[in-house]
Design a protein around this ligand. Structure first.
Ligand code: HEM
Length: 440
């Protein structure tokens, strides 16, 4: 070849090519934006980051100014929305969450309005909060306390997330089915329906990431996460008699079990890794109530710092991390992006909580203080800034109920025991009595 007759020129061109390659690799390393490959589009990057998908989407959104249009794996947009009536959840959402049938989460338009009115009439009933407080407190006394005491006496480590999941599962069954399955007791019985929620939620998350054809194939072959989802479905139908109320009941159980237990788990992880926060929560309880004792919902409103810690946990780890929308009419997003009708819009609540542009430079730090105003009260943040309970007409109807459970869950542990974080997978902890620990 002629070029080999001019070795200097050959070396020069080779050096330029290598430099270009190194430069491109370096530039690419600095960016989180996925490469758009022929045929497979952005799927490889998405699959590589599957294990940290929320964090990955956050990096992408920060880099692209809040709105991102992925290509090649699904028709999709990740960003923010407005104009509620144009943004139902759409048929794609229902396909993914088929397990919830025609319940409130899957419903749009008239059916959703009907569900919402019915659910609110149940939750707004004058006797509801008395009943709720009594039933949660009973669960704390007959379930949570004895189980924690037992683990503490034995000095063995256990999964706190499992405890909280059992706590919220029993509580929600009590309210919705008027039946307490007693999954939270010293024997820690295996109740298939209770465990089925974990498999179902994992499979539903994977459906967001994998192309529809792949998860549908897995479903057909009954393998992987889809196989587990089929088993979970069976467990639900064996637990809740599949009549016309099945979808309503299961949706409320979905809403009430994992959200609150996830929030409690993350809160305790955050407290365990931020010891000064733990001390401040304890000092506040001591200052308000003088000595350790249980407190009711009304009294709990005086615990401003604890409230701030809960909001901070929900900001950093919102249990519902995403929201789906599918516009009826084409629209322009606030960022100016044009979206077609029926495009899938995913709003990331997780990312909103971790944007410097929304929460400031210290957005990744756990700081309950950011929720306390100069006058020492809880700061109200607009729901579009703090969407852990969603924003707009589809705001969570169980927010008050969730806060009651969250506070009662803390009521038990904070004053009594100390948590030592031990290991990964769930939240492995050992519990030791605070007084005993102090005298050691
Ligand atoms: C920390 C606890 C909770 C959090 C963070 C939370 C968050 C949310 C979010 C983000 C949504 C919107 C979901 C969507 O539209 O796709 C939602 C909806 C809903 N939540 Fe909660 N939730 C919590 C606890 C509860 C509890 C205890 C209940 C009571 C049963 C409940 C009942 C509902 C219902 C029925 C909806 C559907 C509302 C609608 O579509 O109009 N939630 N929740």
């Amino acid at each position: 070849m002629a070029i080999f007759e001019y070795p200097d020129l050959f070396l020069f061109i080779l050096t330029i090519i290598i430099l270009l390659f190194v430069w491109r690799t370096k530039i690419r390393k600095k960016t989180s934006l996925p490469t758009n490959w022929p045929l497979v589009g952005m799927l490889p990057a998405i699959l590589l980051n599957c294990h940290r998908i929320h964090a990955y989407f956050t990096e992408i959104l920060i880099e692209s100014g809040g709105t991102f249009i992925p290509r090649g794996f699904q028709h999709g947009y990740v960003g923010y929305f407005r104009n509620f009536s144009n943004y139902p959840k759409g048929p794609e959402f229902k396909k993914m969450f088929e397990i919830l049938g025609d319940g409130i989460f899957n419903a749009d338009f008239e059916l959703w309005e009907l569900h919402r009115r019915t659910t609110l009439s149940f939750l707004n009933h004058t006797k509801f909060y008395d009943l709720l407080e009594r039933s949660i407190w009973e669960k704390v006394e007959t379930g949570l306390l004895p189980v924690l005491d037992d683990f503490s006496e034995q000095g063995i480590d256990f999964d706190l997330q499992d405890i909280f999941q059992r706590f919220t599962f029993d509580s929600i069954c009590n309210l919705v089915l008027d039946y307490d399955p007693c999954s939270l007791c010293v024997d820690m019985p295996l109740i298939p329906c209770e465990k089925a929620f974990n498999d179902a939620i994992e499979a539903l998350l994977y459906r967001h990431v994998l192309p529809e054809s792949i998860w549908k194939l897995q479903k057909w072959l009954r393998i992987g996460k889809e196989g587990k989802l089929i088993e979970a479905w069976k467990a639900f139908d064996e637990f809740i008699y599949p009549d016309f109320l099945r979808d309503t009941t299961l949706s409320l159980m979905f809403a009430g079990r994992d959200t609150t237990s996830t929030c409690l788990t993350w809160l305790f992880w955050l407290i365990a890794t931020n010891p000064s926060t733990e001390m401040k929560i304890l000092e506040e309880i001591e200052a308000e109530f003088k000595k350790w004792r249980s407190f009711n919902v009304e009294e709990s409103r005086r615990l401003i710092y604890l409230h701030g810690a809960l909001c901070e946990s929900l900001r950093l780890f919102p249990p519902v991390a995403l929201e789906h929308k599918a516009p009826i009419e084409p629209d322009n997003l606030p960022s100016g992006e044009y979206i077609k009708s029926n495009a899938k819009v995913i709003v990331s609540f997780y990312s909103t909580g971790r944007m410097e542009s929304v929460w400031g430079n210290d957005c990744s730090e756990f700081k309950p203080e950011r929720w306390i105003s100069d006058s020492g009260l809880i700061k109200h943040e607009p729901s579009y800034k703090f969407p852990a309970f969603n924003a707009g007409p589809r705001t969570c109807v169980g927010k008050e109920m969730a806060f009651i459970q969250l506070v009662e869950g803390n009521d038990v542990i904070s004053p009594r025991d100390s948590i030592i974080l031990q290991a990964k997978h769930g939240l492995k902890v050992t519990l030791s009595k605070r007084n005993a620990k102090l005298t050691n």
